[in-house]
Design a protein around this ligand. Sequence first.
Ligand code: SIN
Length: 335
Amino acid sequence: MKSINPSRRQILATGATVAGALAFPMVASAQAPIVIKFSHVVAEKTPKGQGALRFKELVEKKFPGRVQVQVFPSSQLFGDAKELEALLLGDVHIIAPSLSKFDRYNKKIQLFDLPFLFDDMAAVDRFQSSAAGKSLFEIGRGFRGLAYWHNGMKQMSSNRDKLTRPEDVKGLKFRIQASDVLEAQFRALGASPQKMAFSEVYQALQTGVVDGQENTWSNTYSQKYYEVQKTIGETNHGVLDYMVVTNAKWWDGLPADIRTGLSEAMAEATVYANKLAGDFSKEDRQKIVDAGKAKIQTLTKDDVAAWRKALDPVLQKFEGPIGRDLIQAAQKSNL
Ligand code: SIN
């Protein structure tokens, strides 16, 4: 066996140390950051759009060079029919679909689509912060709920001159999100519901494929529905909110410190997005008034009572799959 003289050994040892010292920073700098793809379907200037950007900002500040968040707004990456599947396949890591879009995966979340369940957004907020509300984060099927984000109460719009009474929508075609509760809601009103992806709604309204739709002030303004609808009835008949969700397996595989940091950033972005949602609802309603295109019609107490009566059978119909306890817990949040 060839002996290695001390000077050679020393050289080799020094060489190894130098190589190690050089290699480590190379490995560190070459190590790719964790890339988180956050996809959604609305415009950037909306509560969800801004919430996603705030989350990115907070995460990248917490983990410079270690985590990168890429936000894809306006259905750029996946439309709402596909984003839940894409999340399960690992093609995106975080999405924030409207609660209606969990219909295929979890029947209890249909709760949020029940008409006239919540009096206002404060009641929605109280329910979402309660133990019953948080229990819905356990969606199953590979999803993990991280937070609720608000958008706001829904209003109905149509291409007719009047929209204050349930009979004003009878016989009209309405675009709805892919939800059986929303389908039952419009059937109870004698209207014809059509499930359609969010990205297709403007054109469908413009070309008369559908006569009307229901949405929040923020979506009605940012998607320009008010330009292609004659009337918006201020019905406040339901809520359109979001659940921010991730792929449970991907999330559980993240380093623990990153998971903690992401949860903290999500909590902060949630407070921010939910405050913005209230501001957007007021401002976007006013912008629609100022644009002078669709006219906004408000409802009397008598009108609201007529809508509630017409839609009451929907609550009865879905009490079984959603669960009476959950419905009662939600109703209790109306003070
Ligand atoms: C959204 O706000 O994410 C879309 C809602 C809709 O499909 O109407």
